[in-house]
Design a protein around this ligand. Structure first.
Ligand SMILES: Cc1cc2nc3c(=O)[nH]c(=O)nc-3n(C[C@H](O)[C@H](O)[C@H](O)COP(=O)(O)O)c2cc1C
Length: 329
């Protein structure tokens, strides 16, 4: 008979409930579960539901005009008295305006991504905000530490959305980042179950950032047909493409195959840009055009079987986290 060992995860959990985990302490939350900022999904409804359930909800500024962002922050404040934050992907325009709104609205937490961690960290910290930055390699995790961020999100290439060119998986990335930095570390990419969260904590993470699982919740602002598509996906249905522009993991639909055809005739960046066009992600994920739109989701979608309310997602993850033990060999 095999015995069961736990590699200290039970102690981490005890610390969590006493608010001593480095991530729960930093953001003043109950569980070290962050809902990743997601274009076209993470408005105030999703962010406030996550925060009300003990995690940290993030409003995704990437798909919002400045006025829409302000409105979402104000609605989020009205819907929760718990901490929440804003994700600022540095790929998009109006960045200074976005940062000003965040400061004016007195948001407490910012997660920056897809850019240089130095750009806004000091400005935000001077105003008392906590800042985390998202990276896909140990090299950039070190840059985050040098920039003085409060936490680093290390995201493996299984993740949905924009992603690292080097295709480093979460299982390889987290222990390596842990070895090289002492800043609080949040693992992202391929985490939807309590057992996956536990694995990430055992690998050295202090918390997890979850995207895909929260994309298929009732509170996500994305199109219902897209949510139904997510729960129908199987292993192998997504692929990381567009490395020449900004690598992104997406569903292999007609739009994806149109892009792949362009690769057959050579890697012409202009032709890729033309096919990509504008607003493809809005068309797919917000308007529900499942063939012509861009559908961003992680590999873990193969494990997501139901559209659930956020409360139920938390219940499932925590139940499994507490229950998951590792069998001795
Ligand atoms: C539909 C979708 C949109 C995303 N948009 C953003 C974004 O705007 N900014 C960002 O930093 N990350 C974005 N991400 C990444 C998530 O924040 C998160 O790190 C990632 O989904 C974690 O991996 P998982 O999908 O395996 O859970 C997006 C992910 C998805 C699935």
């Amino acid at each position: 008979m095999s015995s069961f060992i736990d590699f200290g995860a039970a102690k981490k959990l005890k610390d969590m409930s006493q608010n001593q985990n480095r991530i729960t302490g930093l953001f003043q939350i109950k569980y070290p579960i962050i809902q990743g900022g997601m274009i076209w999904h993470s408005g105030w409804r999703l962010a406030s539901a996550v925060s009300n359930n003990g995690g940290l909800g993030l409003i995704g500024a990437g798909s919002m005009y400045p006025d829409t962002l302000r409105e979402n922050i104000q609605k989020c404040k009205a819907a929760t008295d718990k901490p929440f934050g804003v994700n600022v992907p540095m790929l998009y325009p109006n960045l200074d305006e976005v940062i000003n709104i965040i400061l004016e609205e007195k948001v407490k937490v910012v997660f920056t991504s897809a850019g240089n961690p130095k750009t806004y960290t000091e400005t935000l910290q001077k105003e008392g905000l906590k800042v985390a930055h998202v990276v896909s390699s140990t090299k950039f995790a070190l840059k985050c530490e040098q920039a003085g961020v409060d936490a680093v999100v290390a995201e493996g290439f299984e993740a949905g959305g924009h992603n690292g060119r080097d295709e480093t998986t979460t299982f390889c990335l987290i222990p390596n980042v842990r070895k090289h930095i002492s800043t609080p570390l949040i693992a992202a990419g391929g985490i939807a179950l309590g057992s996956q969260m536990k694995a990430a904590m055992i690998l050295g993470a202090d918390g997890v950032q979850i995207g895909s699982r929260f994309a298929a919740t009732q509170e996500a602002s994305s199109h219902h047909d897209w949510k139904n598509k997510i729960i129908s996906l199987n292993e192998g249905d997504t692929h990381l493409t567009l490395k020449e522009l900004a690598p992104v993991r997406m569903v292999k639909n007609k739009f994806y195959h149109d892009l792949e055809k362009l690769y057959e005739t050579g890697r012409n960046v202009d032709a890729l840009k033309e096919t990509l066009g504008r607003a493809r992600s809005k068309r797919g994920m917000f308007e529900g055009d499942l063939e012509e739109g861009e559908l961003e989701i992680g590999q873990v979608s193969a494990l997501i079987e139901e559209i659930l309310p956020v409360e139920k997602v938390f219940e499932n993850i925590l139940k499994e986290y507490y229950g998951a033990s590792v069998s001795d060999f």
